[in-house]
Design a protein around this ligand. Structure first.
Ligand SMILES: Cc1ncc(C[n+]2csc(CCOP(=O)(O)OP(=O)(O)O)c2C)c(N)n1
Ligand SMILES: [Mg+2]
Length: 365
């Protein structure tokens, strides 16, 4: 009856390939072909420009609220690019580049943030779930999809996004535990952006890393530099291939930073220092990856400018399509919850209808 340490056999690694200056570790460089490497860059730029546009549109009262992904473009674009058409992606809410890459029209995502239910509708044949705002609620869904794949003997995988704050939710742990116990083909991808609204990562958990939580559930964890698209790509690719081959789940912790506000309803200057933000701005994934691509001869100034122009036009066209389709009746908000509207809501509906009559039916009501 001894008292002795228990040795578990964890596999826990840290991976970084491209440093803050855009210098690469030659031995670890996955040497992506130019098409794929530039595709990742393009979607990172698209996510950035769309992000900027969405903040402006929210300020103009044209969408309801928006949660920016600025600074996190490498983390989600370089992970989602690994997924094949028949795989599934189960998003949280800070991965717009993932949707665009999978073929969601940009205006569908605008519709989501504008409060229209059509913003939750994946295009035909796209194996994605819609944005999930209730944090970590998507984790058991991802595990369930992976369980279905395993039962059917399909060689597919699921990529499930979550935030650092989401890892404190019961749903996250249920999803992870079930996936481990049933050895399911799912990759949990945590974007550790250091903040859950105003709660810093250090206050979220006493664990030194989020990646190590995988050990408790009996599978591998890896922490990657989430602002390094090469490291994100390599870690996700390995995890997804392992999942497809029957090797079970992986937890990837992508260490990144939310450079902007939590949402347009948040003022981050209330709870974090400008010095911290400035430190992370220097690690911005876009210029650093751009430098690498230029050095590799995959990108030149002309192509950089062309991508910017294309993206600008794409965002502007989506904005127009969004505006053209948004003239819906605001009274619709009473229509989908009850078969028969309770008396109290009948009165509210009446009051709202009168207010619209009185004050005009402008956007932003
Ligand atoms: C179940 C649930 N509780 C609370 C909230 C309110 N809420 C929205 S985002 C958020 C923090 C999320 O932090 P994190 O998981 O780190 O994701 P991030 O916002 O940093 O991308 C909270 C508490 C919510 N959406 N869902
Ligand atoms: Mg967070």
């Amino acid at each position: 009856m001894p008292r002795k340490p228990i040795t578990v056999k964890p596999k826990l690694e840290y991976l970084s390939i491209l440093d803050g200056e855009g210098k690469v570790d030659e031995k670890l460089d996955p040497k992506l072909d130019a098409d794929l490497a530039v595709k990742i860059y393009r979607f990172m730029v698209l996510a950035r420009r769309m992000d900027e546009r969405c903040i402006n549109m929210q300020r103009q009262g044209r969408i309801g609220t928006y949660g920016p992904c600025r600074g996190q473009e490498a983390a989600h674009c370089a992970a989602s690019v690994v997924m094949e058409k028949e795989d599934w992606i189960v998003p949280a809410f800070r991965e717009p580049g993932s949707f665009f890459m999978r073929g969601w029209p940009l205006e569908t995502i605008l519709r989501f943030w504008g409060g229209y239910e059509e913003g939750c509708q994946p295009p035909e044949g796209v194996n994605d779930l819609p944005i999930a705002v209730p944090i970590a609620s998507q984790t058991p869904h991802a595990t369930g999809i992976a369980w279905g794949m395993k039962i059917r003997g399909a060689k597919q995988a699921v990529l499930c996004y979550c935030g650092d704050g989401g890892t404190s939710e019961g749903d996250f742990h249920e999803g992870m535990n079930f996936a481990g116990a049933f050895d399911l083909p799912v990759v949990f991808f945590v974007q550790n952006n250091h903040w859950a609204i105003s709660i810093p990562r250090e206050a979220q958990t006493r664990s030194e890393t989020i990646a190590q939580k995988a050990i408790a559930y009996g599978f591998d964890g890896i922490q990657v530099d989430g602002n390094d698209p090469l490291a994100v790509y390599v870690a996700t690719k390995e995890a997804v291939e392992k999942a497809r081959a029957g090797g079970g789940p992986t937890l990837i912790e992508a260490v990144t930073y939310r450079l902007s506000m939590h949402t347009t309803a948040d003022d981050p200057t209330k709870y974090r220092s400008q010095a911290e933000v400035t430190k992370w701005e220097k690690l911005d994934p876009i210029p650093r990856y751009q430098k690498y691509l230029v050095k590799r001869g995959m990108l030149d100034q002309q192509t950089i400018d062309e991508i910017e122009e294309d993206v600008k036009a794409e965002v502007a066209a989506a904005e127009e399509r969004y505006e053209a389709a948004r003239d819906v009746d605001p009274l619709d908000c009473f229509d989908y919850m009850y078969t028969e509207l309770p008396q109290e809501l009948v009165e509210q509906r009446q009051e709202f209808a009168e207010a619209i009559e009185r004050e005009g039916h402008g956007h932003g009501h």
